[in-house]
Design a protein around this ligand. Structure first.
Ligand code: ADP
Ligand code: MG
Length: 305
């Protein structure tokens, strides 16, 4: 396994940012770590890369324990932090030489040339980092993460703040890099996972709520909708089933029903209309959304954020 996380919790004071998180990632996988803002993605990544300790639980990267072998793990892991902390006053190559020095690379000139090509930085390679566009700064961040040829890449929201063209390019680049490495990337954008990843791990409020192959991801979010409706009198089941989109109608008590419809369908207006036609009133009406559906709403509302 490239990454094993077992029962990891993290407390910031009173606040539980991670709650018994477990998952593992195989060599060569590209895994999307998907969740709304504040879900605990960055916290998990900082723990995996050894920047902060877990409050409890076990983390292994490339078969090594993060508590016992943090330096060896750092040498074999590339990390692009959320804020991409670059030195804006440094020139691109100067910065990469500095990173090469940190990792004591043998033939830095050759390796820097290679990596500049890999991430497509050729035309900007002689500039100061501060003078680069956000997309090119992100390429410098990726170059930094890849320079020592790590087996595992941890990328924390690598495309946040990029314009649509840059977004496309960086996603393509990550996919290309991912052909040869294990990649875990975090995002709050569902489409990003679909564009880049093989597998998705969804985190919400510090807990893993789904872990699935990406081609099955949309199934996760298309659970049927349930509406609990109470009339003030009896109604025939057939009348409820006649409403377009209603799959099931189950009587709970004499006047109380649970209506099941296809995903994201809302038949509340039709229920009101039916009640009027039947000369009944509706005593109560509740739409029951699945937890994943709520998460789905947050994840899809933010593509352009
Ligand atoms: P994400 O990356 O998914 O947006 P984070 O891991 O950054 O989420 O944060 C998870 C939760 O932990 C949030 O509620 C955040 O406010 C809180 N948190 C993160 N870092 C700290 C910190 N250093 N001190 C206190 N709370 C923190
Ligand atoms: Mg974050």
């Amino acid at each position: 396994m490239s990454i094993v996380v077992e029962g990891v919790s993290k407390l910031y004071g009173e606040q539980k940012a991670l709650d018994q998180v477990s998952f593992s990632i195989k060599p060569g996988e590209i895994v999307g770590f998907l969740g709304p803002n504040g879900a605990g993605k960055s916290t998990m990544m900082k723990i995996i890369t050894g920047f902060i300790p877990a409050s409890s639980g076990k983390v292994e990267v490339v078969g090594l324990n993060i508590q016992n072998d943090p330096l060896q793990i750092k040498a074999r892991t590339g990390y692009l932090a959320e804020q991409n902390p670059l030195y804006y006053d440094m020139y691109v190559k100067e910065y990469l030489h500095f990173i090469a020095g940190v990792f004591k690379l043998k033939n830095p000139n050759k390796r820097i040339k290679e990596i500049i090509e890999t991430v497509g930085l050729e035309i900007e390679q002689n500039k100061k980092i501060g003078a680069l566009s956000k997309g090119y700064k992100q390429r410098v961040g990726l170059a930094q993460a890849l320079l020592h040829d790590p087996e595992v890449l941890i990328l924390d929201e690598p495309t946040t703040g990029l314009d649509p063209n840059q977004l496309e390019e960086i996603r393509g680049l990550i996919k290309k890099i991912g052909a040869k490495k294990t990649v875990m990337l975090s995002t709050h954008i569902m489409q990003e996972v679909e564009a880049i990843c093989d597998r998705v791990i969804i985190i919400n409020k510090g807990k893993i709520v789904a872990d699935q192959a990406v081609n099955k991801m949309t199934d996760l979010f298309t659970s049927n909708t349930f509406i609990e409706v109470e009339f003030d009198g009896a109604i025939a089941k057939e009348k409820l089933l006649q409403i377009e989109g209603v799959i099931k109608a189950e009587k709970q008590t004499e006047f109380l029903w649970i209506i099941e419809t296809g995903s994201h369908l809302d038949v509340r207006n039709q229920l009101f209309q039916l009640a009027v036609n039947e000369k009944l009133s509706i005593a109560s009406l509740n739409k029951k959304t699945a937890k994943l559906e709520d998460i789905f709403k947050q994840l899809t509302a933010k593509e352009l954020a």
